[in-house]
Design a protein around this ligand. Structure first.
Ligand code: ADP
Ligand code: AMP
Length: 214
């Protein structure tokens, strides 16, 4: 099963993608997590990506597309995967479609998680991320067992630099300009499904399960 998660920053893509990956036994591939791991490890890619991420801008397609095409070619992605945060532009979606078509494959579902802009700032300012294992919590809606500590790996939780309100506003306008057109793109391919992302985390996942079946 090959799935693309769509939705504004903070809509809940990562939260749901992790549950989908666990339930269906497929890898969760988050380009944001890949970039953050590169930043943490001080790689050249991380250094370049950080310049854009800190400003709430998209990392250029040239640095992003090959990385994803390479990742979905790994053996653990043979049965499928859930892509979180990719594609984010029409050229990225086309690069993905072309790479898949070359192998006679296609995306099965593009799941659009709908959350109005008014809710996003509250979502982002309360998000706490573990930069070691990629787990995500929320101070109000999904608190960790111990404040400031990751339930999964025990490392410290942080407010991401790009989750500060001034950067979130930029990210939202980038989303509307560059990423929202993907809703029409995947509607045209007949694979778009929409889910109300304002519901509780578990309820959103139930809806996704109904769509994916089993
Ligand atoms: P995205 O991957 O789309 O940027 P996340 O999955 O990281 O978004 O979710 C953003 C924040 O909102 C996180 O702190 C997460 O715990 C919280 N969150 C996710 N889904 C919901 C929901 N349905 N209701 C309330 N909070 C949510
Ligand atoms: P995310 O973790 O998905 O919220 O992504 C955090 C940041 O990483 C984004 O605001 C972008 O700067 C960058 N990023 C992640 N995925 C992509 C992508 N597919 N294309 C361009 N930039 C990306």
């Amino acid at each position: 099963m090959k799935i693309v998660m769509l939705g504004a920053p903070g809509a809940g893509k990562g939260t749901q993608a992790k549950q989908i990956a666990d339930t269906y036994g497929i890898p969760h591939i988050s380009t944001g997590d890949i970039f953050r791991a590169n930043i943490k490890n001080g790689t050249e890619l991380g250094r370049k990506a950080k310049e854009y991420m800190d400003k709430g801008l998209l990392v250029p397609d040239e640095l992003t597309c090959d990385l994803v095409v390479d990742r979905i070619s790994q053996p653990d992605a043979e049965k499928g995967y859930v892509l979180d945060g990719f594609p984010r532009t029409i050229p990225q979606a086309e690069a993905l479609t072309n790479a898949l078509e070359a192998r006679h494959e296609k995306i099965d579902y593009a799941i659009d998680i709908e959350v109005p802009d008014e809710n996003i700032i509250r979502r982002m300012s309360g998000r706490r991320a573990c930069l070691t294992c990629g787990a995500t919590f929320h101070t109000e809606f999904a608190p960790p067992k111990v404040e400031g500590v990751c339930d999964v790996c025990g490392d410290k939780l942080v407010l991401r630099e790009d989750d500060k309100p001034e950067t979130v506003a930029n990210r939202l306008s980038v989303y509307h300009e560059q990423t929202q057109p993907l809703i029409d793109y995947y509607t045209g391919k007949g694979v778009l499904v929409e889910v109300d992302g304002t519901l509780d985390i578990d309820v959103v996942f139930e809806k996704i399960r109904e769509i994916l079946g089993a």
